[in-house]
Write a new protein. Structure first.
Length: 378
């Protein structure tokens, strides 16, 4: 089985879907690995290191020729996959609910029309067995960390309390909204930097996690239907009554905060709006908000993907692809997720992975020329 590792085509994407470490492991499984020249450059992995790990390194045509598996961080443009084997697997974050050129339904349809089997790694089920294959977790963790550093980078004050001969600098107050994988890491990072941290979520199970990290939980209480946990541990959309109570709570709290990190997502739906322009206006000038959900519609009114904008004296940071801003670590973890996935299903006799269980059903978008994933058919 030949595995092709492509140089990413999306603007601003510095990550790579395989590292010399995972190439070596694929070779040990009996796979042949081809890497497109320069694929790892953005993440500081040199062509020579891939070659030393056992890969052939060449241009795109040579890389794809006869490949049965094509690895990407983001889904490659189907029009650029000429030479891959018929029915080749495209294994990447395919962003099927996204809009624009690096995802979306039209691209999934194009994979199907070309006869590829497209496997969307972000559809990995949240089961213990699949944890090591979960790109959402590995990338969100880094994004949560980087979001706090990005906030610190544009905040005109220090995070920790400092007592100096010239007087005392008070600790920054950081509020984390959405305590999933990214939010937990944001809390931990802000705490390490010495901030006073509070956090909120719709899933009440997160209260204990917030406390265990030394932060203060801020929760809507006494509203019917407050349990916002849906299937697979993901959040659900909340009732109108809850949203109103949450808005009041946020308004009271946010006016006293210096930094807000928002991470709230609902799979397959636009991100919930957590901060309105009017709420923003109550924050102190010089405060900073980082909206990690900006590419899914944004948690913060006025956030712009790819930009840092200022409203009412508050900076709103809307970087895209935040995990990709740490390309070396993000690639290392992403690559291991892909290796863990393919090696788990590797059939020694067949010399390739065979995907025939619930994990395959969850991630497979297309097969035999058709879109087959229930999440795209309903
Ligand atoms: P996510 O990225 O989908 O969402 C981020 C957070 O935003 C979630 O905690 C969600 O509850 C919260 N949120 C949504 N709407 C909100 C609102 N209106 N107000 C406030 N917060 C809101 O979540 P995630 O990071 O992917 O994690 C979701 C859960 O899945 C967590 O419990 C996580 O530990 C679990 N998980 C399990 C596995 C596994 O078992 N394989 C892997 C990854 C995550």
């Amino acid at each position: 089985m030949k595995i092709a590792v492509l140089k990413e085509g999306a603007a601003g994407e510095s990550r790579v879907a395989a590292t010399p470490e995972t190439v070596k492991k694929f070779v040990a499984l009996g796979a042949q690995v081809a890497v497109e020249a320069g694929a790892g450059a953005g993440a500081s992995y040199a062509d020579g290191d891939y070659a030393a790990a056992g890969a052939s390194v060449g241009d795109r045509v040579a890389t794809l020729a006869g490949a049965g598996i094509v690895l990407g961080v983001q889904g490659p443009d189907p029009a650029t996959l000429g030479g891959a084997a018929p029915g080749a697997w495209i294994v990447a974050g395919l962003n099927p609910f996204g809009a624009g050129e690096n995802g979306g339904r039209a691209r999934v349809d194009a994979y199907a029309a070309a006869g590829y089997e497209a496997l969307a790694m972000e559809f990995m089920p949240r089961i213990t067995r699949a944890q090591s294959m979960d790109i959402l977790s590995s990338q969100s963790n880094l994004a949560g960390y980087k979001a706090v550093l990005d906030a610190a980078g544009v905040y005109g004050r220090a995070f920790p309390m400092m007592m100096t001969a010239a007087g005392t600098v008070s600790a920054a107050k950081v509020f984390v909204m959405g305590v999933g994988v990214a939010g937990l890491q944001a809390i931990a990072t802000a705490r390490r930097l010495g901030a006073q941290v509070s956090a909120t979520d719709v899933r009440s199970a997160t209260k204990e996690q917030i406390l265990s990290l030394g932060a203060k939980p801020i929760f809507v209480e006494n509203v019917a239907g407050i349990e916002g946990e849906g299937s697979g541990g993901y959040a659900t959309e909340m009732s109108e009554e809850y949203q109103k109570a949450q808005a009041e709570l946020v308004s009271a709290h946010i006016a006293k905060q210096d930094i807000v990190i928002t991470t709230a997502l609902i799979p397959g739906r636009p991100a919930p709006r957590l901060i309105s322009d009017a709420q923003l206006a109550t924050m102190r000038p010089g405060s900073v908000i980082v909206d990690l959900a900006v590419e899914s519609g944004g948690n913060v009114e006025g956030a712009v993907a790819g930009e840092i904008v200022e409203r009412h004296g508050v900076k709103i940071v809307g970087h895209r692809n935040v995990a990709g801003r740490l390309p070396a670590d993000a690639s290392a973890l992403f690559a291991r997720n892909l290796y863990n996935f393919l090696s788990t299903f590797w059939d020694k006799d067949a010399g390739k992975p065979v995907l025939d269980d619930e994990i395959g059903d969850a991630v497979r978008l297309t097969r035999d020329g058709a879109v087959v994933n229930p999440r795209l058919l309903s």
